[in-house]
Design a protein around this ligand. Structure first.
Ligand code: 5GP
Length: 252
């Protein structure tokens, strides 16, 4: 599959930003670079990690594929009236985004039981969760990302309500989009941030790295569980590539 960047952008300028400025933060699979008072550049690296970084690999083209999938999903959500940090994709693996103060909470939406909810409750894998469940986890690896209550979030000085409503809306839109690709949105993670004017935006990335997508017909994983369970770079890239191809066809 051919991976094409936005032809209006200038990779040389982008290269200068990345060379000149040290990364503000180096996450597990993305690096964030300062651009100016209002913008950052996020580089998606060819890396995949699982189990709090204990399992790692460097699948070629993964950064580009996740960046381009995130671009399509952010653009789609923006069209549905959801504010996201996405501004532009100046190259295949870099995203120009609004500079935000990131809320230290991972917001998870679940439509079908899988992963930690199966591990930590009596629910069995595959149980349909209706209405969808919105959960909050502290974004702090050193504390093991514990599950939060809405009251604890308020004690932290954060209002969970706006994130709750946006997460529910995003879920409806993602379900609509992925059902056209014959995929069930099992669960996904969102991050949020506030800009200097106090506006709330969906931040980080939305890609198969942060979602579970099961085939409607065969129930097979089309997401990072391929790496978590089987550790196969090739199968991971093939599944992510198919999603990018499918989303591109829908976007046309
Ligand atoms: P679980 O709570 O089952 O581990 O995860 C629920 C969903 O959120 C899954 O789709 C998983 O990929 C995503 N998720 C949870 N924590 C993280 C994280 O730290 N990083 C990413 N990329 N996704 C996460």
């Amino acid at each position: 599959m051919e991976l094409k960047a936005n032809p209006n952008n200038n990779p040389d300028k982008l290269h200068r930003i990345i060379i000149k400025h040290p990364a503000l933060t180096d996450g597990k699979v993305k690096s964030v670079y300062d651009v100016d008072a209002h913008r950052v550049m996020i580089k998606y690296r060819d890396e995949v990690t699982a189990f709090d970084g204990k399992k790692k690999s460097t699948p070629e083209t993964k950064g580009r594929i996740c960046c381009l999938i995130s671009e399509l999903l952010f653009t789609y959500l923006e069209k549905q009236g959801i504010k996201t940090h996405y501004i532009d994709c100046p190259s295949l693996d870099t995203m120009l985004c609004r500079k935000l103060t990131i809320v230290p909470i991972e917001v998870i939406v679940r439509n079908i039981a899988a992963g930690s909810i199966v591990k930590n409750t009596t629910l069995t894998e595959g149980t349909v969760i209706s209405p969808p469940l919105v959960e909050y986890f502290l974004k702090d690896d050193s504390k093991g990302d514990p599950l939060l209550t809405q009251d604890r979030i308020r004690l932290m000085g954060i209002d969970p309500e706006p994130m709750y409503h946006i997460a529910k809306d995003v879920n409806l839109h993602l379900q609509e989009m992925f059902s056209q690709l014959d995929l069930d949105v099992v669960d996904f993670k969102l991050e949020f941030g506030y800009d200097a004017d106090g506006e709330l935006y969906v931040a980080d990335e939305i890609s198969p790295d942060s979602m579970r997508l099961w085939g409607k017909k065969d129930g097979r994983s089309n997401d990072k569980d391929i790496f978590r369970k089987y550790g196969s770079d090739e199968a991971l890239i093939a599944a992510y590539g198919d999603i990018l191809k499918g989303l591109r066809q829908l976007a046309v």
